[in-house]
Design a protein around this ligand. Structure first.
Ligand code: C2O
Ligand code: CU
Ligand code: CU
Length: 515
C-alpha cells in the first residue's frame, strides 16, 4: 500500500461514523454520503451575502466580447479566522459572473495557472464541440512539464492545449442563467468542490423588455455544501481521486459527497438585507451531490411565495407559483419573491426542508426598509415553442444504475461506464427525439448542446419542477422521465451524464455524436 493510499484510507475511516449518521437522516432524500467537518460550524447568519463581481471584457469588437480568466490557487476567507485554499476562476469562488448578450459572440481565454489539467464547460451553453469542455480536451498547467500528462492514457487521446485555451461561445441562444465549471475527466467532483464554478448569464431583448426586478434587486444565489478540516482546508474524500478507482477503495463516498457547511455564493449561511419589494433570485444548485427543498420561513400570507419565471433554459411561457422549490444538482430556478409581504425588521430564512439541523437553512433575508417598487411579473413572459413528442422519429432509453467493470465499482449508463472514445448514440441534427431516463437511485441527468422539455414523469404528466426548457432533470429512485430533445447546429461529440459529480467521475457519463 503506498503512502497516499494509506492516507486516503485514514480519511475514509475517520468519516465512517458520520457516514452512518448521514445514513439515517438523508438516505431518502439524497443519494450521497456525509463528509463531516473536523471543526465546529460557524454561527449562521453572521456574514453578508457576497455577490460575485461581473467580469468586464478585456476587449470588444463589432461581433464579439473577449474575456480572459486566470485559473489559480488562492486563499479564501470562508470561515471566521481561517484561510481556505481554493482553486478559483480569477482566484475567486464563485468565479466572476460573465454576462453575454444573445447574438453576440463571447470568447473566453482560460489561462491555467493551477497545478492540474482543467477543462471548462459552459453548462446550458449551445456550444460547438471543440469549446464544450469535452473531459479529455484539457488545458495543461501553464507552469509545468506538459510531458508529464501525455502519459495519462485518457488525456493523450484528447485535444490537449498547453497553458491556455480559447473557448468560443456563439451565444446564439435565449436569455438564461448558465454557469461554467470544471469538467476534467475523472476529476470534476474534486475540482468543482475546490471552487471551479461561476455564473454566466445570457441577456436578450425579449427579457429586457419585461418589467422584472433588476439591478441590485436581481440576485444570483449559488448554493453549495462543503466540509472543512481543522486547518480550514476543504475536506474531500481523497487527496488523489484516481485512488477511487482502486477496488475496495472505490466505495467510499461513491454515492456522492455532501458537506455540513452551507455556502451561498461562497459564504456560510449569509444574510442579505432587502427592501420590502420584489426581488429576482437566480437560484443555482452547484453542489456536488446534495438536493434541496427550498421554502421560506415565515411563509407570507397567501402562501406560494416563489413565483417561478424561468428554468435552466430561460423564461417560462408564463409564471408558476410554488410553495417550495425542489432543486437537484446543476438545476436553476429563476424566481421572484415579493418581500412586501413582510414588514421592515422581519427576518426571513430560506430553508432546506430535506434536512433538519443546520443544513436545514440556507440564507437569511433581512427586511430593512420600504422602497418604491415598479416591477411586475406579467402573466405572459416569453414566446415558447412546445415540442410535439408525436413528431419524434427516434426513442432512446438510458438506464442509470450502479456499475462495475472488472474490479472497478462505479456508476453506469445502460450497463457501461464512460469511455470518451465510445459514441453511444448518433442523433441527427434538427430531428426531434424522445429520451427516456430510468434510474435505480436519485440521478440528476444533464444533456449538453441543446435544451429539452420534460414530457412525462413516471408515465404521468411532468412534475411541478419540470416546466420550461431544461438541461438537467432530477430523476428520482426507480423512476423514469421522458424528455423531448432536438439537437441543432453543431455536429461533434457531446455528453449526457449524471450531474452528481461523484457519479459522473465514476463512470456515469455517455458520449454521443451529433451528425
Ligand atoms: Cu454541468 Cu457536463 O455539466
Ligand atoms: Cu452542460
Ligand atoms: Cu447519479
Amino acid at each position: 500500500m503506498n503512502m497516499s493510499r494509506r492516507r486516503f484510507m485514514g480519511l475514509a475511516a475517520g468519516s465512517g461514523a458520520a457516514a452512518l449518521l448521514a445514513g439515517c437522516g438523508i438516505r431518502t432524500a439524497q443519494t450521497a454520503e456525509l463528509m463531516a467537518s473536523d471543526l465546529p460550524a460557524p454561527k449562521p447568519f453572521q456574514v453578508p451575502l457576497p455577490i460575485p463581481p461581473v467580469k468586464r471584457p478585456s476587449r470588444t469588437d463589432g461581433t464579439t466580447d473577449y474575456y480572459e480568466v486566470q485559473q489559480r490557487e488562492t486563499m479564501a476567507q470562508i470561515l471566521p479566522g481561517l484561510d481556505t485554499p481554493i482553486m478559483g476562476y480569477d482566484g475567486l469562488f464563485p468565479g466572476p459572473t460573465i454576462e453575454s448578450r444573445s447574438g453576440r459572440r463571447t470568447v473566453v481565454r482560460h489561462l491555467n495557472k493551477l497545478a492540474v489539467p482543467i477543462a471548462v464547460h459552459l453548462h446550458g451553453g449551445h456550444t460547438p464541440a471543440d469549446s464544450d469542455g469535452y473531459p479529455i480536451d484539457v488545458v495543461l498547467p501553464l507552469n509545468g512539464d506538459p510531458h508529464e500528462w501525455h502519459h495519462d492514457g485518457h488525456l493523450s487521446a484528447g485535444d490537449l492545449s498547453e497553458g491556455s485555451r480559447n473557448y468560443v461561445y456563439p451565444m446564439d441562444q435565449r436569455a438564461a442563467t448558465l454557469w461554467y465549471h470544471d469538467h476534467r475527466m475523472d476529476f470534476t467532483g474534486p475540482q468543482v468542490y475546490r471552487g471551479l464554478a461561476g455564473f454566466h448569464l445570457v441577456r436578450d431583448d425579449e427579457e429586457d423588455a419585461l418589467p422584472l426586478p433588476r439591478g441590485d434587486r436581481e440576485i444570483p444565489l449559488m448554493i453549495t455544501d462543503r466540509s472543512f478540516a481543522e486547518d480550514g482546508s476543504l475536506r474531500y474524500p481523497s487527496n488523489d481521486p484516481t485512488l477511487r478507482h482502486e477496488p475496495g477503495v472505490a466505495d467510499s463516498h461513491m454515492e456522492g459527497v455532501v458537506g455540513d457547511v452551507m455556502l451561498v455564493n461562497g459564504a456560510p449561511w449569509p444574510v442579505l438585507e432587502v427592501a420590502a419589494v420584489q426581488y429576482r433570485l437566480r437560484i443555482l444548485n452547484a453542489s456536488n451531490a446534495r438536493r434541496y427543498q427550498l421554502a421560506l420561513d415565515p411563509q407570507p400570507a397567501g402562501g406560494r411565495p416563489f413565483v417561478q419565471i424561468g428554468g435552466d433554459g430561460g423564461l417560462l411561457p408564463s409564471p408558476i407559483r410554488h410553495e417550495t422549490i425542489d432543486i437537484a444538482p446543476a438545476e436553476r430556478f429563476d424566481v421572484v419573491v415579493d418581500f412586501s409581504a413582510y414588514a421592515p425588521g422581519q427576518e426571513i430564512t430560506l430553508l432546506n426542508r430535506l434536512d433538519s439541523g443546520r443544513m436545514g437553512s440556507v440564507v437569511r433575508f433581512q427586511v430593512t426598509r420600504r422602497e418604491r417598487d415598479d416591477a411586475r411579473v406579467p402573466d405572459r413572459l416569453a414566446d415558447y415553442e412546445r415540442l410535439d413528442p408525436a413528431r419524434a422519429k427516434v426513442t432512446r432509453v438510458w438506464r442509470f444504475t450502479r456499475g462495475r467493470t472488472g474490479d472497478h465499482l462505479g456508476w453506469a449508463i445502460n450497463g457501461r461506464m464512460f469511455d470518451p472514445a465510445r459514441m453511444d448514440a448518433q442523433p441527427r441534427l434538427g430531428e426531434l427525439e424522445i429520451w427516456r431516463f430510468g434510474t435505480d437511485l436519485h440521478h440528476p441527468v444533464h444533456v449538453h448542446l441543446s435544451p429539452f422539455q420534460v414530457i412525462g414523469r413516471g408515465g404521468r404528466l411532468p412534475g411541478p419542477f419540470d416546466a420550461g426548457w431544461k438541461d438537467t432533470v432530477d430523476v428520482r429512485p426507480a423512476e423514469h422521465v421522458d424528455v423531448a430533445v432536438r439537437f441543432t447546429e453543431y455536429s461533434g461529440r457531446f455528453l449526457m451524464h449524471c450531474h452528481n459529480l461523484e457519479h459522473e467521475d465514476m463512470g456515469m457519463m455517455s458520449a454521443f455524436e451529433t451528425v
